[in-house]
Write a protein of this length. Sequence first.
Length: 709
Amino acid sequence: MIDLEILNPPQKEAVLQTDGPVLVLAGAGSGKTRVLTYRTAFILGTGLAGPENLLILTFTNKAAEEMKHRVADILSKEKETSGIRNVPWMGTFHSVCVKILRKYGNAIGVDRNFVIYDSSDQTVAIKHAMDRAKVSQKDFNPNAIHNYISSAKNEMISAADYEDRAQGYFQNAVAAVYPHYQAILSENNALDFDDLLFRTVQLVQQSKSVREVLQDTFRYILVDEYQDTNHAQYMLIKILSDKHRNICCVGDDDQSIYSFRGANIRNILSYEKDFPDSKIIKLEQNYRSTQTILEASYQVISKNTKRKDKKLWTENEGGEKIGIYQGFDDEDESRWIVSRAEEFMEKGTSLKEMAVLYRTNSQSRSLEEAFLKAGIPYRIVGGIRFYDRKEIKDLIAYLRVLYNQKDSISFQRIINVPKRGIGDKTASDFMEDARSHGFSPAEYLESAESLNPKIKVFAEIIHDLKKNLETRSIVDFMTYMLERTRYLDEFKDGTIESESRIENIQELVNVASKYEDMQTSAALEAFLEEVGLLEGNNTSEETLESVTLMTIHAAKGLEFEYVFVCGMEENLFPHSNSLMDSSEMEEERRLAYVAVTRAKKKLFLTHAQKRKYFGQTQRNMKSRFIGDISEDLVEDLSPSFLSSADLWGDSQSPAPKVRASYSTGDEVRHEYFGKGVIDYMDDEIVIVDFGGVYGKKELMIEYAKLTRL
C-alpha cells in the first residue's frame, strides 16, 4: 500500500476520494502537486486502474514530466511496478488531443498525417484567406482577424455559427475570412493549435463509436490547473468523464489570471452545478509563506465576489511586516529595490532567492538599468530584455540612421519597417547600388537620380524626419516619427501583445524625455550614447545566481524568499484597462493575490509619486491593493519626509502652504538625495539638481525639507 502519512488530512482525503467527481480547491502553496502525484500513485498502486486507463491533463509538458517522475519515485519506494513512465494518456490538453486525432480522427475526416501549423504558418494562411474573401489587409489587421477566429474555436463556434452570430463591421469581416481559412487548412491537411481541441471535441460529439471507446478507456480522469481551462477543454473533459464519472479537477479560482488566453473562471465556480454529486475538498494549509503574508493576501482577495471562500494558514512563524515604499519616480523606485537587494546580498542571501515582479513588460527597463549600474546579475523570465525587444530595436535604428547616415546596418533594419512593400531583393539591390557609387544607403536616398517607387516613399519619410529633427523637442520628435512612419498601426489589433509593445515604446520615449531641455540633435546624441552604453553593458549572464525579473503572469507557480512587487499604482496595477469592468477588476485582484503569495519570507510593495507616459509626467494614486492591507501588517519604508498620510490617509487633501526659506540658485541639502542646487521654484514645487546619480528632482515644497547650505 502507498504510505499516505506524509499528507495532511485534506490532502489525504483528496487522494482517497477516488469515486465520483471531486474538486480540490488548492490554495497557493498548499501542496497541489503532491495531491495529484499521490492520487495517481494510489490509483495505480492499488490496482483501481492500469496506466492505459488514466487520463491526466496538464497545461505544460514540464508539469506532466514532473508528475511522471514523482509518481514513479513513490511507486518504486513501495516496490510497485505499474509502468508509470509509459502512461500513454498523460500530457497537455493539446498533446493528448493530437494522439486522439491521429488514432480516431478519420471518423470525422481528419487525416492521421495532418501537420500542425505554427503561428507564422497561421499568419500566412490568414492572409491568403483574406485575399480569397476580398478583405483588405490595409483595413483589417490579419493578426486581429486570427485572434477572433482563435477565440471562436475556443468557444466551440464553427465558421457557419460565427456567420450567424457576427455583429458589426469587424465581426462581419471575420465571418467572411473564417470559412476560407478553414478551407486552406483542409487543403493543406493542416490543423492550427486551436483546431487540436476544437476538432477533438467535434470528434467525441459526432462519433458515437469513438466517444464510447474513449469513455470506456478513461476510467479515471485528473485535470491540473482547472481554473485555466477554456470552454473547449471543459467540453472535452465533461464528455469523456460522462460514463465512469471518476473525475478529479484540481485548481484555485483565486489564481485564475489567464482570461486573455480564453480561460473561463466559470468552469471552476460552477463545478457543483456541472457535477451535482461532486465532493469539494479545500487545501488551506500553506507550506510556503509566513502568516503575515497569507493574512495580507486574504485581505486583498476577499474583496472579490466571484470566488469560493478559503483562507490560507500556516504553521510557520508570523513573519516580518510587509514593506511599503513610495519613490519619487520609477527611477527612484528601481534604485531603492536594487539597494535592498544589495543589503540582502551582504547578509548572505542568494540572488536566486530574490524576485522583482511587475504588471507590464515595459516596467523592466528602469529595473534593468538600475541592476546593470549596480553590477548585480539579473535574468528576465518569460520575456526579453528591454533593449533587445523588436520594437525598441526598430525605433533606435530609425534614430541612428537620422543621427549617422553611414549606419547601413540600422538602415537595412528599417527600410521595410513597418512593411511598405520593399522586398529583400529590392533592398539588397539598392544597398549594393549605393556602395558601387561610393555612398552609404541613407546618403544615396538623396543623391540617386532615380529610385524604385516604394524606396522613394521611404526616402520622403527619412527626408521629412530629418527636416523635423531640428524644429521639435526630442519627445515631440519621437512622437512625430511614430506618426510619420505609421509604426504603431500594426499594433492596433487590440491584442495583449500589441498593448505590451505600445507600452514598451512609451517607455523608450520616457527614457528620451530626460533630454527634453536640450537642443534636439544634442539630445539625440546623448540619448543614443546612453542606449549604446546600456546595450554594451548588458552582459549579465542569465545564471541561476541572479535576481529574477518577471511579469506577475510569468511568476505563477514560482516562489522566492524575497519578493518586490513594483508599480503598485492605480492605472498601472490595477491596469487602466480594467477600471471600468468589474470582471476584469476581479482578475486584477487575483493577479495581486498571485503576486503576494510568491513571497516566502519578506514582501515589499512599491509605488511612485510620479511616472512618465510618452514623456509626460503623470501622478497616480497608490494601488487600491495596498489600501486593502491593514496597517498592522505593514511598515512604511518611504523617506521620512513623505508622511504616512500618502500611504493610508487621504492623499488628495490639500496640505498647508509652507513658506520656503531658500530661493533659486541656493545650495541645499536633502536627507535622501544629498547636496544640490535649486534650479527652479514656485509656490508649490522646487526643482533641485542633485548631480550625477539622481539628477534633477521635482519636489513638493511642503514635503521637501531642504536645508540651505
